[in-house]
Write a protein that binds this ligand. Structure first.
Ligand SMILES: NC(=O)C1=CN([C@@H]2O[C@H](COP(=O)(O)OP(=O)(O)OC[C@H]3O[C@@H](n4cnc5c(N)ncnc54)[C@H](O)[C@@H]3O)[C@@H](O)[C@H]2O)[C@H](O)CC1
Ligand SMILES: [K+]
Length: 517
């Protein structure tokens, strides 16, 4: 699903109209989506007040009001202004409000009176047409919402959000217990607001009939959901382990047994047919103990033959616990050009690459490389500071991926997946409980397992891996507490992530705060 700016959303609306879908049609579907969400999520809240602005955001709210007033609730539209100020589709929606009561408000007292006895508020004050800060009666409405305990469902955006803002905090915006947006998320839905989850609840995106081809992101930004093909296609009834890839995890120096163990276990739990870990002889028994299903092979960095190591292997996860000794450096220098297999490169292998060895990615046969740096590793790869990486994540990730012809997973809050063709996907799953050692090793295992199973669909396999990893972390956190979750706990919740329904943009999508509720 594309991520748009407010201007791009406007362009999408224009293209929809050109394609024969009118703004009236879009507004009808937007309002219906809000009404359906309210019925489903707040079935006990039947006295409903819609705070409606004079623009099309207000129009969406009025359509929702009409739908909810039809034999369901006691519904009032509190218009922030006078009927004579309405025009176009919003005026049409006001005139067609049906059973919903219509109240024109000119003062804060009028708003308080309209809200008397309300059990739920729908915020349809302003949407993408808003420029900060909130003025006049809209600002008063925000103050009222701050002071009352009622649940608030925001139409498109919580009023006061700038749709294009990528700031993580939003001052001066109405609070919202949920946000129902339309057609495509805007930048603010994905990058904004999450520092105050108690103030802004989950974000949903509803399709409203905008033709797919009308939705264009000039920045080539998409949302990384789980692919239906990858998570929902049942395995063939006559399957055998040979069909699902053989992952080889290469790492594990003495004292670093945990990293390859976690990567291997995660690969096993992500559908790989076979997983082998190649680690130093001394730690073989330790790594073996992580799962009986894991195969092992001793790794002698100076002497192991690559042919025997990679026989029958479909993908390599290179780096977890490898160390950065001279022997490890020399191993990486020889291994990458010599081994003609897809590779996920992480951790110590990234650090070795960053010491002037990025040219290795162009040596040997062209093939799939997935690099999974955290901001510190990315900074080393680029020779810049972590602060510089964090200030320009999208552009730096895109430049690196296109220049080096790799898939780059830049981890952190809103992990980015930069594809070699310049597309960027943004992941919205995951939570601070995952900011712990081991998380990265687990992601390496999941990525390797999924790319190993879907070698012809690397882009979706990587996006799905990142999405599922975060979602498993969300399930783990919901079951425990963000302090107590261990990286390995997320592995035990992978099954819930895989079982969550994938989304394809043709249905209501939980963009944030999703399946874990
Ligand atoms: N494809 C879609 O997503 C569709 C979305 N729709 C909805 O339309 C709004 C955008 O509507 P628009 O008329 O362009 O603007 P708004 O309603 O958001 O705002 C205009 C309204 O707000 C007043 N205003 C502007 N700035 C401020 C301010 N700082 N303080 C107070 N008031 C302000 C202005 O005077 C106008 O009265 C989008 O968000 C969706 O909800 C369509 O329904 C169709 C398709
Ligand atoms: K709104």
């Amino acid at each position: 699903m594309k991520i748009l700016t407010a201007a791009e959303m406007g362009e999408a609306d224009k293209r929809s109209v050109d394609a024969g879908v009118s703004v009236h049609d879009l507004m009808e579907q937007a309002g219906a989506a809000v009404a359906a969400f309210v019925r489903e999520q707040f079935p006990d809240r039947r006295v409903i007040v819609i705070l409606a602005g004079k623009g099309n955001n207000g129009g969406d709210g009025m359509v929702a009001a009409r739908e909810l007033a039809e034999g369901y609730g006691d519904v009032r539209i509190a218009l922030l202004g006078r009927e004579s100020e309405l025009k176009g589709d919003a005026l049409a929606a006001w005139e067609a409000a049906g059973e919903a009561a219509k109240i024109e408000c000119e003062s804060i007292d009028d708003l308080f009176a309209a809200l008397e006895g309300a059990e739920l508020v729908i915020d349809a004050i302003v949407g993408t047409g808003f420029k900060p800060p909130l003025r006049g009666l809209a600002a008063s409405a925000k103050d009222i919402l701050d002071g009352i305990l009622l649940p608030v469902v925001a139409v498109d955006l919580p009023s006061g959000w700038d749709a294009d803002s990528t700031e993580q905090t939003v001052d001066g915006a109405c609070r919202a217990n949920a946000v129902v947006s339309f057609a495509a998320p805007k930048l603010a839905h994905v990058f904004g607001h999450l520092t105050a989850p108690d103030v802004f609840g989950p974000v949903l995106v509803a399709p409203i009939g905008t033709p797919e081809e009308a939705i264009v992101s000039t920045q080539n930004l998409t949302w990384a959901g789980a692919s239906k093909e990858i998570t929902e296609t049942p395995r063939n009834i006559n399957s055998n382990k040979g069909r699902f890839g053989h992952v080889l995890i290469v790492g594990g120096a003495l004292g670093k047994a945990g990293a390859p163990s976690m990567a291997s276990l995660a690969a096993l739990r992500s559908g790989a047919g076979l997983v082998t870990a190649a680690v130093e002889r001394e730690i073989l028994p330790t790594v073996a103990s992580v799962a009986s299903e894991l195969m092992l092979t001793p790794l002698d960095l100076a002497a192991t033959s690559f042919d025997s190591l990679t026989k029958g292997i479909s993908i390599v996860g290179l780096g977890p616990g490898l160390g950065t000794t001279d022997a490890a450096k020399s191993f990486v220098e020889r291994f990458i050009p010599a081994v003609d297999l897809p590779m996920v490169i992480d951790a110590d292998a990234l650090n070795i690459l960053s010491e002037g060895r990025l040219g290795l990615l162009k040596q040997g046969k062209p093939r799939t490389f997935v690099l999974t740096p955290h901001p510190g590793e990315m900074a080393r790869l680029l020779g810049v500071t972590v602060k510089e990486v964090e200030a320009d994540r999208i552009n730096l990730a895109r430049k690196f991926a296109t220049e080096h012809g790799v898939t780059l997973v830049l981890k952190g809050w809103r992990t980015l997946i930069a594809h070699p063709d310049g597309r960027i996907a943004v992941n919205t799953t995951g939570n601070p409980s995952m900011s712990k050692g081991g998380s990265g090793d687990i992601l390496t295992g999941i990525v390797a397992a999924l790319v190993g199973q879907f070698p012809d669909n690397v882009a979706e396999a990587v996006e799905t891996a990142v999405y599922l990893h975060g979602l498993a972390g969300d399930f783990a956190c919901a079951a425990q507490d963000e302090h107590t979750v261990l990286a390995t706990d997320t592995i035990m919740h992978l099954f819930e992530a895989f079982r969550s329904r994938a989304v394809d943009g043709n249905e209501m999508t939980w963009l944030t705060g999703l399946a874990v509720r």
